[in-house]
Design a protein around this ligand. Structure first.
Ligand code: SF4
Length: 179
């Protein structure tokens, strides 16, 4: 035990250094996303994340959006705890049989106007879980998807770019769409 403690003290941190991120590019991306949300919604963009069966790799990247490096809230983009407060329902993972009904209910509880985003390879097409007996399929097997963000997992900047494309290129967000 003593040997392990000594080795830990002498060895320094074992974590990898943060990935290089261009502050200017990130600030531009986040600023445009915040501005697009203001234009579309007249206020900040609220995102409710639903883990429909993820390995949690996608969640780690989503959490990174709130860390001091990315600090998404400075642009008015925030994650909320309830679909009732959300503009975007962002789904990760393949949809497991046990989560399909919860996902439908979360979508129904999200007020109009709203968007549905499939985030990560598993949500887009089942990814490594495609064909599993425990899965219903990708998100589009359960609900109509507005945006697909590929990657296993997608990087934070890719998630931001996808959300920006959604706000900049889509027509008015879905209103009164059948779930
Ligand atoms: S896309 Fe990759 S990281 Fe995301 S839930 Fe699937 S396996 Fe995990």
């Amino acid at each position: 035990m003593f040997k392990h403690i000594l080795r830990s003290l002498a060895g320094g941190p074992v974590t990898e250094s943060a990935p290089p991120a261009s502050d200017a590019a990130l600030a531009e991306l986040g600023g445009r996303l915040g501005a697009a949300a203001q234009r579309r919604l007249g206020r900040s963009l609220a995102i409710r994340e639903v883990d429909a069966g993820s390995c949690n790799g996608c969640e780690l990247e989503l959490h990174a959006l709130s860390n001091p490096l990315y600090d998404l809230e400075r642009f008015g983009i925030r994650f909320v705890a309830s679909p009732r407060h959300a503009d975007v329902l962002l789904v990760t993972g393949p949809v497991t049989k046990n989560m399909a009904e919860a996902l439908r209910r979360s979508w129904d509880a999200t007020p109009d106007p709203k968007w549905l985003v499939a985030c990560g390879a598993c949500a887009v097409d089942g990814g490594v879980f495609a064909g599993s007996y425990a899965c219903v399929g990708p998100v589009e097997a359960v609900l109509p998807v507005d945006l697909r963000i590929p990657g296993c997992p997608p990087r934070p900047a890719e998630i931001l770019a996808g959300l920006l494309a959604l706000l900049e290129t889509s027509a008015a967000p879905v209103s009164g769409r059948a779930g």
